[in-house]
Design a protein around this ligand. Structure first.
Ligand SMILES: [Zn+2]
Length: 271
């Protein structure tokens, strides 16, 4: 099990030793090693140390059994490694490795965008006792950000039909579940009712939580729910959604890629 450590040991080389795993990110790609046990995973420090600039800035993001995980953003991925898109990695690799990668991507992105205090413009420093960034001048402390978002499977006819919609931002002719960000001051349940009313003109009942998944583009925490259709016309808003409909496991449009939380929830209802 991947273990989150809130004390983010940080710095150049940062006390990394031979056996530690390093998550090297370059924009939307991650470096993968296939070595030692033949299992393609994040490389060990000893495999890549010679390929990295001495001033590479590492942050420890957690550990798994006896392995510590460090992460860094780099300009060039080591030749020794295979680059893989982060998205593909999240679709294909086991949950432990996904959690490590999501945490690395989230923390590094947040760190890059929070170098100065928003209150007094001083340079922030990593806190010594937790994962925060501390302002040495005014004492403000900043923590990694996550943005909660809801995704909801609405069914009718005793669960035989599932509401799927085509969002204008989707590639090709993919249809998926209704999703949206939780607004400031809003409850998660409130966000679900609002999104379904705004985008699909429907009301739902019997809301039930299913599961969650981090989606680090850049920092969404996707919270999946099931709801039963109650009333309303079920029409696409014509702005975000261009079309929607009620579909069955035997007759449905193209679905999102396997591995995404949307697809996992859809499969759960269609299987
Ligand atoms: Zn400050």
């Amino acid at each position: 099990m991947f273990e989150f450590l809130s004390d983010l040991y940080t710095g150049e080389a940062a006390g990394i030793a031979g056996n530690d795993r390093v998550i090297l990110l370059k924009e939307r790609s991650v470096a993968i090693s296939s070595n030692i046990d033949g299992e393609a995973v994040f490389p060990r420090w000893e495999e890549v140390a010679n390929y990295l600039p001495a001033d590479t800035f590492f942050t420890m993001v957690g550990k798994r059994e006896n392995e510590r995980f460090f992460a860094a953003e780099v300009d060039i991925l080591p030749e020794y490694c295979e680059p893989l898109t982060i998205r593909q990695f999240l679709f294909e690799y086991p949950e432990d490795w996904q959690m490590a990668l999501c945490r690395a991507k989230n923390i590094l992105n947040w760190r890059r965008q929070h170098r100065f205090c928003g209150g007094c413009k001083s340079l922030l420093e990593p806190s010594k006792k937790d994962s925060g960034l501390l302002c040495p001048a005014c004492g403000n402390i900043y923590y990694p950000q996550i943005s909660p978002a809801v995704i909801v499977a609405v069914t009718r006819n005793e669960g035989r039909e599932l509401l799927l919609a085509h969002n204008r931002t989707f590639s090709g002719n993919v249809y998926s579940l209704i999703a949206g960000f939780v607004e400031a001051g809003e409850s998660v349940e409130g966000a679900i009712h609002r999104e379904l009313w705004e985008e699909c003109s429907i009301r739902v009942k019997n809301l039930n939580y299913i599961s969650s998944q981090m989606w680090p583009f850049p920092n969404s925490l996707m919270l999946a729910f099931h709801a039963e259709y109650d009333s309303g016309s079920a029409e696409a808003d014509g702005e975000e959604l261009s079309d929607l409909g009620w579909f069955t496991s035997a007759d449905h449009p193209e679905l999102p890629a396997p591995g995404s939380i949307a697809r996992k929830v859809i499969d759960r209802f269609f299987n």
